[in-house]
Design a protein around this ligand. Sequence first.
Ligand code: UD1
Length: 430
Amino acid sequence: MSGEEDGGMVAAMERLIIEGGRSLEGSVEVHGAKNAALPLLAGTVLSAGDCVFDGVPQLVDVAVMLEILEQLGAQVRREGGTLTIAGGNVDRGEVSEGLVRRMRSSIFLMGPLLARLGRVVLSYPGGCAIGPRPIDLHLAGLAAMGARIHEDHGYIHARADRLVGAAIHLDFPSVGATENLMMAASLAHGTTWIRNAAREPELVDLANFLNAMGARVQGAGSDCVRVEGVRELGGVRHRPIPDRIEAGTLMAAAAITGGEVCLYRVRPEHLTAVTSKLREAGAAVEEAGDGLRLRGPDRPRATNLRTLPYPGFPTDLQPQMVALLSLAEGTSLVTENIFENRFGHVEELRRMGAQLATEGRGLTVQGVERLSGARVVATDLRSGAALVLAGLAAQGRTVVEGVDHVDRGYQALEETLARLGARIRRERLG
Ligand code: UD1
């Protein structure tokens, strides 16, 4: 559950105003990945030395994680594009409830804090807009490594003098649980095997980071990760991988407006499921080194889509694809296999004229010829992105409220889109 789309506490005081109907043209650079940055930052708690990062995206969730690290005793310094975290002094094993509520990814701190300090108290992260998001796999894995865990009045208390290596089989390849356990195992006594592990590229990035600090992690990116525990981890300099979800969002934006966009600093090999789906939808996509060029079709073609763990199609791009397929010729079937309730964009897209029908985890998208601008509300991060995309293609003006959700995961999305020629601006209310 450690992910991203929780209901934030920030008041929705800003909105995006979009004048639709303009093709996106030009080139932009993709930022560092949010889903890499959050576990990497949590992982600094494991290090006795300084962790220096280049290219960490400036996002609300990142700011909250930095605030938590400071609360735990770490020193955080940002100079230009460089972020330094001195975790040597981390001595508090407790994160305040307010901060956990503001960011569900604080669960990432559980494994590292337990491994480093032998104790942790964290308030229980509740449900969120896209489903209940339990943390049972995180807790069961830590318990298998010897942690004594109990819940009391909404708080999780965990203790372990020293975690011990264990053979863990995950019921589901959870990204957050694999990352949490990998970090905990790095300082455990003995060897840990995580089977049915998640294979997401952000997790491989985390393994590379840990290994550069002196950890012994093997097999990250396969379904079996082996971690040989070490006594201490040192300092490191690291740049998070490019954000494949931001890249996919911008590709879908180019496709939905029938534009032509070149993205730099991407890793095309992380985007093959997305590229192949966009081609099926009629886009022309070419790879060029660390760049991807996408030319959108006159009108998208319908195609079916199923979200799956990596290397399958990412759930974090499902809403944006639904926006695109809303305008396709023909009927598409979309199946959401990762989260129980990830159709928050459906009702809002209907306001814009999309023909959508949900049934359980399935969504039927009957393509229409045009969408029309409307006032819509983002209920979570990626549904917000989908509404922005629909607004770019719609006739007339779209107003997207709930922009605080979008800001959790996109660094100034409207600036990036405006650079590509979109007519989009942010309006501050009150
Ligand atoms: C991460 C991503 C998020 C993405 C998701 C799936 C980060 C910060 N966030 O979230 O953007 O949407 O992967 O690709 O990297 N589950 C359990 N028990 C657990 C843990 C998870 O049942 O203990 C279930 C969840 O409810 C969900 C599924 O497993 O249905 C996938 O969740 P998981 O892979 O853990 O996602 P996150 O790590 O939270």
